[in-house]
Design a protein around this ligand. Structure first.
Ligand code: NAG
Ligand code: NAG
Ligand code: NAG
Length: 328
């Protein structure tokens, strides 16, 4: 009896009480960096297009600016997704930085968000990272998490009025251990923004803007779990040497690279089943339709994913995920 009770309470801890974290019979569509297959990543326009394409969540990545804003950018370095290298006024901010990531130390030369004020970042134009994607839309601005959340909250007021499901924000802290050591307490900075918007817990988030927090660094998620009841996703990159027991009590979902999902010959590796046994949701990343050869292959890709078993999918083409999950 005691054992049964114990298992039961442990199970409850892993299945988040946030109903927006689960979608009956279909994976959540998480628009990775917005609809970045079409529009430069992490711009307001990439998020808006993703929302109108049927995404359930936009997916902001956060790095701090010099003056303490949380800028939405995938990299610490601004060069791959902006025209900073073409602007003479910022040449003096070019620098070489060594920083730690979940995968080890990295040394890079470029222009780093933490050396720019927000006002300076706003002078840049966002740029499509992947050369074969449309470059003609490299005219939008980079934005902060406040700006993105303000738009989502406004959009959700309209959705609430017509009784439609809300759009959410699936927010990733990039390199939090490093940023903390560099004087940017990014977890607390984010929690403060979420509090200001009234969405720092499940109750507020469910009413105004569903929020999920994700990170590659487990320590950061463990800290967040002491500060908020929002659902937490641990991101996993390496297929080798994972031990699900290390994560199972700290988070509500695992975000594996697709490599985890498949074993030899594309059959299930058992990862999804193992996670589900522990009541952890599985949100793998990332579907890039344009790295697959044809439309037919995109369909067969989703088939191969056995998507009905997945709880969410990170995709850069939310329209094709929406089409596939709803028409088949
Ligand atoms: C950029 O920021 C780092 C630490 O955040 C600092 O060590 C470095 O001096 C700064 N570089 C410039 C060019 O401002
Ligand atoms: C910055 O990006 C430009 C254009 O994409 C590239 O040519 C250049 O080598 C990059 N500079 C650095 C320092 O990475
Ligand atoms: C780069 O950004 C500046 C400042 O916003 C803008 O005036 C310029 O047209 C941009 N250059 C390109 C090539 O997009």
């Amino acid at each position: 009896m005691l054992l049964v009770l114990l298992l039961f309470t442990q199970g409850l801890a892993k299945r988040s009480p946030a109903t927006y974290f689960y979608k009956e019979g279909k994976p959540l569509i998480i628009a990775h960096r917005g609809a970045c297959g079409y529009i430069p990543e992490h711009t307001m326009q990439a998020y808006q297009v993703a929302a109108y394409m049927g995404a359930d969540f936009i997916e902001p990545d956060l790095v701090p600016t010099k003056d303490g804003y949380l800028l939405i950018n995938h990299d610490a370095n601004l060069n791959d997704t902006s025209n900073v290298s073409e602007l003479p006024e910022f040449q003096h901010l070019k620098t070489t930085l060594t920083y730690s990531t979940f995968a080890g130390k990295v040394t890079e030369t470029g222009w780093f968000a933490q050396n720019f004020t927000l006002e300076q970042v706003k002078k840049l134009d966002a740029k499509q990272r992947i050369p074969k994607r449309p470059q003609s839309l490299n005219v939008f601005k980079k934005i902060t998490i406040e700006e993105a959340l303000d738009w989502v909250i406004t959009e959700n007021q309209k959705r609430t009025a017509i009784n439609k499901p809300l759009l959410g924000a699936y927010i990733e802290l990039k390199n939090p251990e490093y940023f903390n050591s560099a004087g940017f307490p990014v977890e607390d900075m984010l929690l403060k923004v979420l509090k200001q918007k009234g969405i720092s817990d499940i109750k507020g988030a469910s009413a105004k803007c569903p929020v999920v927090l994700q990170c590659f660094e487990l320590q950061s998620l463990k800290y967040l779990s002491t500060q908020t009841d929002l659902p937490l996703t641990f991101l996993m990159k390496s297929v080798l040497n994972y031990d699900i027991n290390e994560y199972k009590d700290a988070v509500n979902a695992l975000g594996p690279n697709f490599g985890f999902i498949f074993g030899e010959n594309g059959a299930s590796s058992g990862f999804v089943e193992e996670a589900h046994e522990l009541e952890l949701a599985v949100h793998p990343w990332v579907v890039r339709d344009d790295f697959i050869n044809s439309e037919a292959e995109v369909e067969s890709y989703y088939m191969k994913l056995n998507y009905e078993q997945l709880d969410g999918v990170f995709t850069e083409f939310p329209d094709s995920a929406y089409h596939f999950f709803n028409l088949y």
